[in-house]
Design a protein around this ligand. Structure first.
Ligand SMILES: [Zn+2]
Ligand SMILES: [Zn+2]
Length: 246
């Protein structure tokens, strides 16, 4: 299975990265619809597109408004946006307010079900994360392969969600801040390097790819990768258009 990172930062785009958007082209699945969403068009090969939102903060939903161009002249028969009911309501009442984006999007909306079957014999489940307004993490399982996407939460050893991501082949986890900004991670409901690496180790995942990296830091390594690798060696920095096979 191939995962493409279409947006690997949070908050706002910078010269290198767009905001949260991941895609599994073979099965027509998109996780979050940040500004990287415009790139879905280049990877779209399925007749159905399912978009799962972790929450409704702008850096995860702004790209929903790009759907007209994403789908233009594509043979897509159905597009569905899945999220928790309060997040769907926020998108419909606020993002799609007539003064902000006055056209109904070419998609339908579904409250996130407990377990959702996926093409190729897979299933998607979700679990709660601690973040202002609430967020959910996703776990996707197919026979013989699995991944989890955990963003917009404060990582800590002993976090409840570790049980939900245990043993996945691939963990995509946010790491907005370097360790010296741990106080900001705590304040804003985001993560810094050392606790994320500890979570990956505690969950016994196969590999860890870090996303939702601080867009204000222009260095190629905004979070201190060697710090993470000292705890969990199979750690990589995510980057836009990075393709990951798992
Ligand atoms: Zn975010
Ligand atoms: Zn958020």
């Amino acid at each position: 299975m191939r995962l493409v990172l279409l947006g690997s930062t949070g908050y706002h785009p910078n010269q290198l990265r767009h905001t949260a958007c991941l895609m599994l082209p073979e099965v027509g699945i998109v996780l979050d619809a940040g500004t990287g969403m415009f790139r879905v068009r280049d990877y779209l090969v399925t007749p159905e597109l399912d978009i799962f939102l972790t929450h409704a903060h702008l850096d995860h939903v702004a790209g929903l408004t790009f759907l007209f161009d994403v789908l233009y002249e594509k043979p897509v028969l159905r597009t569905t946006v899945h999220a928790q009911p309060d997040k769907l309501a926020a998108v419909q009442n606020h993002l799609l307010n007539e003064l902000i984006f006055p056209v109904a999007l070419p998609c339908d909306y579904r409250p996130l079900e407990k377990e959702i079957p996926l093409p190729q014999g897979g299933r998607l489940t979700h679990f709660p994360l601690a973040h202002p307004g609430g967020s959910v993490g996703f776990r996707l399982d197919w026979p013989g392969r699995s991944m989890a996407y955990v963003t917009d939460t404060t990582a800590r050893v002993g976090a409840d969600y570790i049980e939900h991501i245990r043993g996945v082949d691939l963990l995509i986890h946010e790491c907005y801040f370097s360790d010296d900004l741990a106080h900001l991670a705590e304040l804003t409901g985001h993560s810094c390097t050392t606790p994320v690496a500890h979570v990956a180790r505690a969950a016994g995942v196969g590999r860890l790819v870090l996303v939702h990296l601080n867009p204000l830091v222009s260095e190629l390594d905004p979070i201190g990768l060697p710090v993470a690798r000292a705890i969990f060696p199979k750690t990589e920095l995510g980057s836009d258009l990075m393709e990951i096979d798992f």
